[in-house]
Design a protein around this ligand. Structure first.
Ligand code: ATP
Ligand code: MG
Length: 215
């Protein structure tokens, strides 16, 4: 089973947006997907509740409850996580996935918070041993802004975690989420630029670079 986690201790960085879009992508590819929501705010579970019955099904797992169970009969588990995850809780999350995506916003506060957070993740034993691989994604970017350039320079300098893509700020994510869909399920002509921006993410996830070295 493939396992992918979206993680950042900063609230509102796009964890649930990336998690639900990943679930929608793999489901639309015919994979059996579990969307596992560790956040008591339940954004991913609410997204799933809004999903029309005719769409490719995604199994929801409310992991904010005790004794949750993830069926073995799936191809991919996508983990959405809450904000403010630090210390022991962070290390407990880091025991689970093969691959982690950290979305970061172009804002001074988000970048400041990202520096120690990324260092803590990279210092984790599983991550250091490449049993769990980490990549960085800039989210909600407007390309002609100074703060976007600052974020991009900052992420390029992070050693040991590749900076794999930049997602623009667009209402397409909200339009899709409103209907329990991902951008992969909207009319392609509306989301062409966004689909292009997801390509490097999909490529990384499908490559060995995102998978445990000894798998
Ligand atoms: N690329 C984007 N363009 C426009 N809006 C976005 C984008 N990414 C996320 N958003 C919006 O930003 C808000 C926060 O995103 P999201 O809920 O995914 O973050 P989060 O990290 O899961 O937040 P929390 O820490 O509260 O769980 C949402 O309203 C979402 O629709
Ligand atoms: Mg969330």
């Amino acid at each position: 089973m493939r396992s992918i986690m979206v993680l950042n201790s900063k609230g509102g960085s796009g964890k649930s947006t990336l998690a639900t879009n990943l679930a929608s992508y793999y489901a639309s590819q015919g994979k059996r997907v579990a969307l596992v929501d560790f956040d008591p705010q339940s954004s991913s579970m609410e997204w799933l509740a809004a999903r029309p019955s005719g769409r490719k099904s995604i199994i929801g797992v409310d992991a904010s409850q005790q004794n949750f169970r993830i069926s073995r009969n799936i191809d991919i588990a996508i983990y959405d996580t809450p904000a403010a995850v630090h210390g022991k809780a962070l290390n407990a999350y880091l025991r689970r996935p093969q691959s982690i995506i950290i979305p970061i916003l172009p804002s001074p506060m988000d970048m400041r918070a990202a520096t120690p957070f990324i260092q803590k993740v990279l210092a984790n034993g599983r991550v250091a041993r490449k049993e769990c691989r980490v990549a960085l994604v800039a989210n909600r970017c407007r390309e002609n802004t100074n703060v976007y350039h600052q974020l991009s320079e900052f992420l390029k300098k992070v050693r040991k975690a590749p900076f794999i893509s930049v997602l623009r700020e667009t209402q397409n994510y909200n339009k899709a989420a409103d209907r329990g869909l991902g951008i992969f399920e909207l009319a392609p002509y509306l989301v062409r630029r966004d689909l292009d921006q997801w390509q490097p993410i999909i490529h990384w996830l499908n490559s060995k670079r995102s998978q445990p070295v000894n798998a």
